[in-house]
Design a protein around this ligand. Structure first.
Ligand code: ADP
Length: 284
């Protein structure tokens, strides 16, 4: 435990009044370390595809200059690597934008039901390519939440993306939006109650996630299986973005998973209160 001790007040006062300001430097040091790790990780993630790109450019200008087959293959790889860099940069920008706004709680009434339906439709082709179907169930009394439409769309998309990426071929992905049936899990905290919360749950039938990984799942760049994540085009930032969006909405994220059976990601979000109605703007 590190502390910084500051002496405050004028010299004359020092004899009679001792004022100590104690700052917990441990927390500050931890934050600094996290920031340094983040920059190192982000640079490493960008450097890998960049090195591949530079390597292929050199080959295309040299040994493969006149090889039409090689050129086609290499260009395809280069396109994939450039897309990966673009995805990473988009996710990094999203994360920093959401973090910047995290102190301000959204006050807009948003039709989360419509967002779920739109995202389901948009991802259905990707799911079908793997023999999967996304099945969405939206309860009409739970459609509206207090939230930022763009951020909630990103949250739903990231969770659905993961369910399709990490689900098993041929199994369904089940998405539901409804009221809380029964008491909320203790990890949800005291801000929400069964009466004031809606629950968005995304359930897959994939390999599941080992218990030991769950506490670190929303850390930036944390991956259970790095090779699989990379192969599926993951940036390692999707759940960190989800966590920050949930925090900004004063909601909660609860992950349940059974290895070999699948995972459920449940997001608890606030419903508009009757008193709120006057100040809430409907989303466009
Ligand atoms: P990524 O871009 O790698 O998917 P995320 O932040 O979205 O990054 O997720 C972090 C890690 O959590 C993933 O790499 C994966 O190992 C694991 N994960 C996320 N969602 C699921 C899921 N539905 N089933 C199994 N593992 C998952």
């Amino acid at each position: 435990f590190l502390v910084r001790v500051e002496r405050l007040g004028s010299r004359a006062m020092d004899d009679t009044v001792a004022v100590l300001a104690l700052h917990d430097l441990t927390a500050i040091k931890r934050m600094e370390q996290m920031r340094a790790d983040f920059v190192a990780n982000a640079s490493h993630e960008l450097r890998t595809p960049l090195a591949t790109l530079l390597g292929f450019i050199e080959t295309l200008r040299g040994p493969a200059r006149d090889d039409a087959d090689a050129r086609e293959r290499f260009l395809l790889i280069m396109q994939e690597q450039a897309s990966r860099m673009a995805r990473l940069i988009n996710d990094l920008l999203s994360l920093s934008r959401i973090e910047l706004n995290e102190h301000s709680k959204p006050r807009t009434a948003t039709d989360l039901g419509r967002i779920v339906e739109t995202a389901t439709e948009a991802l259905q082709p990707l799911a079908r390519a793997r023999g999967m179907t996304i099945v969405a169930t939206v309860a009409s009394e739970a459609r509206i939440v207090v939230g930022e439409a763009d951020e909630l769309a990103q949250l739903v998309q990231n969770l659905l993306d993961n369910a399709v990426k990490y689900g098993r071929d041929g199994t369904p992905v089940e998405v539901s939006l409804g009221g809380a049936a029964g008491p909320l899990p203790p990890t949800v905290g005291n801000d929400l109650t069964p009466d004031t919360a809606v629950v968005l749950a995304v359930k897959d039938h994939g390999d599941g996630i080992g218990k030991e990984h769950l506490p670190r799942l929303t850390e930036r760049f944390y991956r259970v299986d790095t090779a699989r994540s990379r192969k599926m085009g993951g940036t390692g930032l999707g759940l960190a973005i989800v966590k920050h969006i949930v925090n900004r909405h004063r909601g909660a994220l609860v992950v349940e998973s059974v290895v070999g059976q699948g995972s459920t990601f449940a997001v608890y979000l606030p419903r508009p209160e009757i008193d709120d109605k006057a100040v809430l703007r409907p989303s466009p």
